[in-house]
Ligand binder design. Structure first.
Ligand SMILES: C[S@@+](CC[C@H](N)C(=O)[O-])C[C@H]1O[C@@H](n2cnc3c(N)ncnc32)[C@H](O)[C@@H]1O
Length: 240
């Protein structure tokens, strides 16, 4: 699939380079207010979801771990410690600059994107990606790269918005489509950026579809766990 646009999940037929450029602009625009907006949009719940992700990773001494699409560093900071090697990797310099202001200890910041990871084969013990995978332009290529850079037995963790329980969907959709873009306009002065974020969630594969894509990329023992009635889902896979 390398080099081909992954348009099998209903993303609007936009050329990958155009979509990529648009996503870069979105994150450059939202970077200064990204952390505040996350708290407002999720009522602080994103902190809890990330804490559960970090607990699932359970980093061990000596491990080499990358938080991909690491943005301003929430997950990287939670994974980091003096006895392991943790890097935050993201293509958005603006997001990483916002994160660096927090002076997080024991983390490295590396520019790179999921579709072409700047790491050797079989290099990592674990890789996390939190609220990042729906932004990649070529999903299958990104999953193949995640698989490539893990050591045999290495583990991948993907935290992402997903398909909520049917009874929750009407309230969730109302909040997503009516409240979030207005909050984005009011707080971050970026209504289009937040409309993009909502739209990208709606168009992304659901729990089962993403699990199938993990398996297609070669991951074994793929499983997932819904958080908050499926608003968010954690997928886990191992390199066999
Ligand atoms: C919604 S933010 C998530 C940031 C952080 N992981 C968190 O959970 O708060 C999405 C991040 O994905 C990054 N991103 C966009 N396109 C990407 C790509 N192709 N590969 C890796 N990261 C990408 C953006 O720069 C942004 O920092």
């Amino acid at each position: 699939m390398t080099g081909t646009p992954d348009n099998s999940f209903g993303f609007r037929a936009v050329a990958p380079d155009e979509r990529r450029a648009r996503i870069r602009r979105v994150f450059t625009g939202v970077a200064p207010r990204y952390d505040l907006m996350n708290d407002l949009m999720s009522f602080g719940l994103h902190r809890l979801w990330k804490r559960w992700l970090i607990a699932a990773v359970a980093p061990q001494p000596g491990e080499r771990i990358v938080d991909l699409a690491g943005g301003t560093g929430d997950v990287g900071a939670g994974l980091a410690g003096p006895d392991r090697c943790v890097a935050i990797c993201d293509p958005s310099v603006a997001m990483m600059e916002a994160g660096r202001k927090r002076a997080l200890p024991h983390v490295q910041w590396i520019a790179g994107e999921a579709e072409a990871l700047p790491f050797a084969d079989n290099a990592l013990d674990a890789l996390t990606i939190s609220f990042g995978i729906r932004n990649v332009t070529r999903l299958r290529d990104a999953l193949a790269e995640m698989h490539r850079v893990l050591k045999p037995g290495g583990r991948a963790f993907c935290l992402e918005f997903s398909k909520p329980a049917f009874w929750l969907a009407p309230f969730y959709n109302l909040f997503s489509f009516q409240v979030i873009p207005r909050l984005g306009a009011l707080v971050a002065n970026q209504p289009e950026a937040y409309a993009y974020l909502v739209e990208s969630i709606r168009r992304f594969p659901d729990q089962e579809e993403l699990a199938a894509l993990f398996r297609d990329a070669g991951f074994a023992q793929v499983k997932y766990r819904n958080f908050s009635f499926g608003i968010v889902c954690l997928h886990i896979g191992y390199k066999g």
